[in-house]
Ligand binder design. Structure first.
Ligand code: NAD
Length: 290
């Protein structure tokens, strides 16, 4: 066995730790995957991670088709097939037509990652119904609509021997805010709390069909959605008071976990939420005092 090199400088420096080489074992061959919101941030890294693991990929987007094309080209450069499909996940017709195009192109889907999400922040007393509905519509109803189509296809097809032990794998992108209350973001926290209970109820319902449904709850990941939280040194330092591991998460931290979660290596993982947060859920305020 080759020993992993020890680099004391890297182990002490959070930036160097974030640059540690990323490797994806090729374990998803023959398993087409659909990732929503795959043209940015975490969704983009997940789409590329699944491709690096052997899956053909449907790259969903709603704005910025060029960024979606760029992801598709990178998937192809990894030797896999890709298509881009424009669809608003909160729109029932869009979602149904996206799934039928995807299945038409790849024959079926084995993996669906419900990743698309957004924030519309406001103090509670100023929050408009539009801001509330937009966040619930995309983050929760959008996940319901995509999950329903995914389950219909997994159920129709069933387990395919030599491809995967499961009839299908659905990952619901949640957040540490499915647990942690978040002042000024009540619509977002409510949507992620809803994702958790939808995911768990659905997992319980379809586990007997050999369909695995799980959640992933990122902490602070370096993407456009939370740019103000990491872009300046002051903001980054303040963020680090919430992260015991003392580095921000990178999109590949999530992509590597998702690639494992949808593989047969995780075949007994059902209805759980995997927190990927550098320890944000460890109540870091209690590290001293309390
Ligand atoms: P991002 O803004 O980079 O990506 C969000 C993606 O969702 C974009 O591609 C966007 O266009 C897409 N999207 C938005 N509305 C859509 C719609 N109606 N239909 C289809 N796509 C739509 O942000 P991100 O950080 O990569 O977020 C991805 C997911 O991770 C979200 O669900 C987010 O809540 C979750 N998350 C992110 C963090 C973080 O720190 N970045 C932490 C916890 C959870």
């Amino acid at each position: 066995m080759t020993e992993r090199p020890i680099d004391p400088a890297a182990s002490a420096d959070p930036e160097a730790r974030a640059q540690w080489p990323v490797r994806f074992p090729t374990i998803l061959e023959g398993q087409p995957a659909l990732v929503t919101g795959a043209n940015s941030g975490i969704g983009r890294a997940v789409a590329l991670g699944l491709a690096a693991s052997g899956a053909d990929v449907v790259v969903n987007y709603v704005v910025d088709p060029q960024a979606a094309d760029d992801v598709a080209h990178q998937v192809e450069a990894l030797g896999r097939k890709a298509i881009t499909i424009k669809a608003d996940v909160s729109n029932e017709e869009d979602v149904q037509s996206m799934f039928s195009s995807a299945i038409g192109r790849f024959g079926t889907l084995h993996i669906v990652v419900n990743n698309a999400g957004l924030q519309r922040d406001a103090p509670f007393h100023d929050m408009t119904l539009e801001q509330w509905n937009k966040v619930i519509g995309v983050n929760l109803t959008g996940q319901f609509l995509c999950a329903r189509e995914a389950i219909r296809e997994f159920k129709r097809r069933g387990v395919v021997k030599d491809i995967s032990a499961a009839a299908g794998k659905l990952v619901c992108m949640s957040s540490v805010h499915q647990e942690i209350p978040w002042a000024g973001h009540a619509n977002y926290a409510a949507s992620k709390g809803g994702v958790m209970q939808m995911m768990r109820s659905l997992a319980q319902e379809v586990a007997p069909l050999a369909i695995r449904v799980n959640g992933v709850a990122p902490g602070a990941i370096r993407t456009p959605i939370n740019r103000p939280a990491w872009e300046t040194t002051e903001a980054y330092d303040s963020l680090m008071t919430l992260v015991p591991y003392r580095r921000i998460g990178e999109p590949n931290d999530i992509a590597q976990a998702v690639a494992w979660l949808v593989s047969d290596a995780a075949d007994y993982v059902v209805g759980t939420t995997l927190f990927i947060d550098g320890g944000m859920m460890l109540f870091p305020g209690f590290a001293s005092g309390g």
